[in-house]
Every structure is written in C-alpha cells, then in structure tokens.
Design a protein. Structure first.
Length: 610
C-alpha cells in the first residue's frame, strides 16, 4: 500500500485506478457488518446482479418477481415476470442501458424484459429443463447464455432474438456456467459430473473442451459415482467464476470445498502427482548423507511462526495450524522458489513447513485433506528424498485415500529404508485392514494412469475450506477486491464466509441468513457485498464505523468451519469403522516436538462427502 501511495503521489498511477485496486482491505473486512436490509420479496431470493457501474441491483425470487433496487435500498421497479416457477437467475443485459433485464426460472423459460416499458411483454425462449444460470459478456454486450437442466448451454443474440444450442451434454444436467470477461469466447461449464470443462465457443461444434478442471482426489472418485457409489452423486460445481484477468477459475463444489484452478499456466494434473510418486519409488536408495534432523538445518527466520503453529497443534486447532503453515510457505517460496535445491538457504525451512502442514492435514481429516497432504509430501521428497517423516506421511495419506496398491509400494520402500522403524507394524496393520474392508464392499477406484489419463484433468492450485454446500445447487463463490485478493461464499449454516486468497485463511464468518446463504455478489467498485438465501430479504454488508461497538453477527470461524465439515460426513458406518481402528499420530505431528515414532497424538477421522 505504501508503494502504491508513492506511485499515486508522483502521478504514475491515477486516483481511479488506485481506488479500484484498494477498494477492499483486511481492516475493512474486519469491520464488515450488515448495513442495510432490503425487504419486498415474499419468497427465497435466489439471484442478485449488479449493473456494470454498481448503481442498480437486480434480484429474483421464488415469488416469481424480479426487483430493481438502488444502492440506498430503495425498490425502483417490481417486475411481474410471467414466470410460473422460481426465478433462479437474473442479469442486466450490458447493451440495454440499464433498462433491460434477463430472467430465467424453473419453468424452463428465459425472458428478456424492457422493464421501464410496463406495457411491453417480455420476449420468451423455451428450454426443456429448469434454467439455473445466465451469463453476459461486457465485451460482447448483445450476447448472453443460459445453462439448463436439459443438459444444454444456449447462446442468445438480443439483436435478432435468436437462441440456439451451443453445447449439449447428453445424460447430464447443466447447473452453472461462467464467461471469461477478459475473453468472452471462453466458457466454463458446471454439469452433474465432477469435472469442469472449459470451451472456446468459436469451436463449440467440435464439442471438445480446451481442458477439464477437477480436484485430484475427485478425478478417481468420479469413477466411483459412475459405478453407483452414492457418496459422490452430489459432487459437482454449483457455481463458477473467472477472476478479472481470466487466469483463474473459482469453483464451489457441492459436498466439497471451494477450489481455485489456474487456467493459463498448467500447474499439473493428478496423473503428474502419481508420476512423481512413481519416480520417487524408482530411486530406492537413500542419499549418501541424509539429513537426520530437518529442524536443526532450518534457519531461524520461521521459528516464531512454527512456535505459533505448534501451540495450535497443542490445542487441537489444526485448521489454525494449517493456516499458519500456509502463510509461512507463501513467505518462504518468495525467498527460495517452490522447488529449491537441497543446498539452498531456505530449502529446509520449506521442507519443514510443508511436512508440518501435511501433519496438520492428516490430523484434521477434512475432505480433500489427504490428497493435499500427498501433494505437500511429494514436494518435500522432491527437495529431500530422504525425509523420513514426509515418507511416512505420504503412506498415511495414501491409506486415507484408500489407495492400497500405491500405498503398499510406498510402505515397501519405507520398510527397505528404515527397517527398524516402529511405525512399520502400524502401517502394515492399517493397509491390511483397508484391504480387508475393500473385499467386503464395492472396491474403490485405484489411482493409476488409466484413471487419471483417460481424460486430461488440470488440478487445483488452492483450496478454501470452512463452508458447507450440500442442501442447494445454486450456492455461489466469488472473487472480491480490485485485485481479487479475497474470495466470498455462502454456506448451509447461514454464514457469509470471506477468505484471503493468497494464504487461504478464513478471515470472517458473518450470520447472513436464518437458514442458508446461496448468493454473494460483490459491488463492482465499493467495499460492499450483497447476499441472499432462504430468507425473503437482501442484505448489504459494508465496513461499520470504528465506534467500538461489537458486531453481533460475527461467528466463531473455527467452531462453524469444524461443524460444517463434520456435517458433510454422511457415511456413518465408515466413520465408526475408522474410529474403531483409530491409530496414533501423523508421525508425531510437529517435526521439532516429537521423536518421530508416530506416537503421542490422536488422529481425527477423515470426513467423507456425499
């Protein structure tokens, strides 16, 4: 901020650009509160949309009406849309001069309203299923698109009133979509499959996506869904959004977490992680001079940070420990890169931070934590192939992912390298139990080249945890801030959640609905959020005055995020079996605190998803 103020003072950055980039800051987020409540609807409010300059807000509801509001909360127009079922999406047409609104509903129709002309009937297009999402493009202002449950993405031209199928997904429903505003030829589509395809609409006839996005652990769980495993039927994107530069896509995935994907620079795929494991297995010998004590070779730069994380471990606040380590990893990578040479100054700092974050992920055991631990441990082992604790945690994470074949291979190498290690017997027992349990029920898909390689998937770069997305299929997650510094989303617990983008820290949870928050729409130029959900109102959220008063709507982020992830576990029998066969420790938790034999801490059971 200081550097940007200096640039502004010497006129190298205009005031408008400076204001846009700094419209949201963490101090503002800390003071966020309910500034206004907009009343008028008589049903759930399912969609919100700001016009381009943020002077108007459109809302659509189960009452079949759309309303136009100003920023002061005054209702300027009430549209009796003609829809016969709930409105799921409403958007201003960019070419309409803030006088044209598009609505879509459960009755399978898309309607275009010149809402300032009360005697004009809307133009109506018909789909074969409920229409769940509309999209517009500011650089192509006459065009718009719809995603409907008949499995069709349609493209409309307001100049000709022509609406034609653009993409068809047979046997699937389209739940959501997003348009890259920096290049409106690029579309992301959310269907009732786990993966998220990206298309160039200029090549839509080919029906071949540019890429497919999917969190790595879901790339093989998707096969379980197809084989009839009920746990994965609702694991699909309920909302997608490109960031302002078009480099990243955020996906709110039902019964899972919020994921961020890099669509410009390939960060790798799940099969790349598997290849890394196989390369690790192909080099069974230890380094000539292995580093016995990583902590002794780390610098003092991150010692205080590790002490704070250790305190969180001691209090069983694994989420806080993970967040602290994530901050340290971000800072450390600025000094040494993401894969430094073993001899570089901060290499052991990075190894220690990654390894300990992996321990936190194993202890917390939320959906996706085990796979994230695998990724962290492989980064450790690329830098220091002889790191015993990273090797141990890799085996543990593979067991949690139910990957018997590759888990056994990694355990065989662990046994070869560390023949006297006490934890070998424990790992053997866990793998034997997993093998036995798989023989008694439908076998989980094993992670191998054909699983991840049949269709090229692109893995996530970041994961944001703490919300709950199980009860509705329209729940949003959006970018916030002039530089997309924050991410906002709703939750089944009635909360509005705000994360810091770079570290993944959950900064705030605010009670924004008495039941469920589905919609969170950032204002285009102010530090203002509009939210809606099951309640029949729209709420505005802005920084409150610094008068010392307490915001009663603030929620305990740790308590609610823990509860949300526990509630996403629906397979009670699996939970009980895991609890009965509970084993100690994730190789001792904190590296510098324990002796490394795996004793001294109790591991939490991993939550499964529906």
């Amino acid at each position: 901020m200081d550097e940007e103020l200096f640039k502004r003072s010497i006129n190298s950055e205009t005031g408008a650009r400076f204001a846009h980039k700094n419209v949201v800051s963490e101090p503002f987020v800390d003071r966020l509160g309910n500034s206004l409540t907009l009343e008028g609807h008589t049903g759930c409010v399912n969609c919100l949309d700001w016009n381009m300059n943020g002077t108007l807000l459109a809302s659509g509801s189960d009452d079949k009406q759309a309303r136009i509001w100003d920023c002061a909360g005054t209702c300027l127009h009430v549209l009796r849309t003609g829809h016969t079922q709930n409105i799921f999406s409403s958007m201003f047409l960019p070419a309409g001069g803030d006088r044209v609104l598009i609505t879509a509903a459960g009755d399978g129709t898309v309607r275009l309203h010149h809402y300032t002309h009360f005697d004009d009937d809307p133009y109506v297009w018909t789909c074969e299923g409920r229409v769940k999402r509309l999209c517009v493009a500011y650089n192509d202002p006459q065009m718009f698109w719809s995603a409907s449950e008949d499995g069709v993405i349609r493209q409309y031209d307001a100049r000709t009133n022509l609406g034609l199928p653009l993409l068809t997904f047979r046997g699937r429903q389209c739940k959501t979509m997003a348009v890259d505003q920096s290049n409106p030829n690029i579309l992301a589509v959310g269907t009732t499959e786990t993966y998220i395809p990206l298309y160039d609409r200029r090549m839509a006839k080919v029906q071949e996506p540019l890429m497919r996005l999917v969190p790595g652990h879901l790339s093989f769980e998707d096969h379980n869904a197809k084989s009839g495993n009920h746990r994965y039927h609702s694991v699909f994107a309920t909302h997608l959004a490109f960031n302002s530069t078009g480099n990243e896509v955020i996906a709110n995935i039902g019964s899972e977490q919020v994921y961020i994907f890099d669509v410009k620079h390939d960060p790798g795929s799940p099969i790349d992680v598997l290849r890394d494991i196989n390369r690790f297995l192909e080099a069974p010998t230890l380094l000539e001079n292995p580093i016995a004590n990583v902590e002794q070779h780390a610098t003092s730069r991150f010692k205080q940070l590790r002490e704070r994380a250790k305190d969180a471990f001691g209090n069983h606040d694994f989420t806080k420990a993970i967040e602290i380590y994530s901050q340290g990893i971000t800072e450390c990578q600025k000094l040494c890169g993401s894969e430094p040479a073993l001899s570089s100054e901060h290499a052991m700092d990075l190894v220690l931070l990654l390894s300990n974050r992996g321990a936190g992920l194993l202890m917390r055991g939320w959906s996706g934590d085990a796979y994230s631990c695998v990724r962290d441990m492989m980064r450790c082992l690329k830098i220091d192939p002889s790191n015993k604790k990273a090797h141990y945690r890799l085996v543990r994470a593979l067991i949690m992912l139910k990957q018997v074949r590759i888990g056994n291979k990694c355990l065989d190498l662990f046994r070869l390298r560390y023949p006297g290690e006490k934890s070998i017997e424990r790992l053997d027992s866990m793998l034997n139990e997993l093998t036995s349990s798989q023989s008694r029920r439908p076998r989980d898909i094993e992670w191998h080249a054909s699983t991840s390689g049949e269709r090229p998937f692109r893995d996530f770069v970041d994961r944001l945890c703490g919300h709950r997305n199980m009860n509705t299929d329209i729940k949003e997650a959006n970018w916030w801030g002039g530089r997309d510094e924050f991410v906002v989303a709703g939750s089944d617990c009635g909360s509005l959640l705000i994360w810091e983008r770079t570290s993944g820290r959950l900064l705030r949870m605010l009670q924004a609905d008495s039941h469920i928050v589905n919609v969170v729409q950032p204002h285009p130029s102010r530090c203002l959020l509009a939210t809606s959900g099951i309640d029949d109102v729209v709420r505005f959220w802005e920084p409150l005055p610094e008068d010392g008063s307490k915001n009663e709507l603030v929620r305990d982020t740790r308590k609610f995020s823990d509860d949300n992830n526990k509630r996403m576990s629906v397979d009670l029998m699996e939970f009980l079996v895991s609890a009965i066969h509970q084993v100690s420790g994730a190789m001792g938790g904190e590296d510098e605190e324990h002796d490394g034999d795996g004793d001294g801490a109790t591991e939490r059971v991993q939550c499964t998803t529906s």
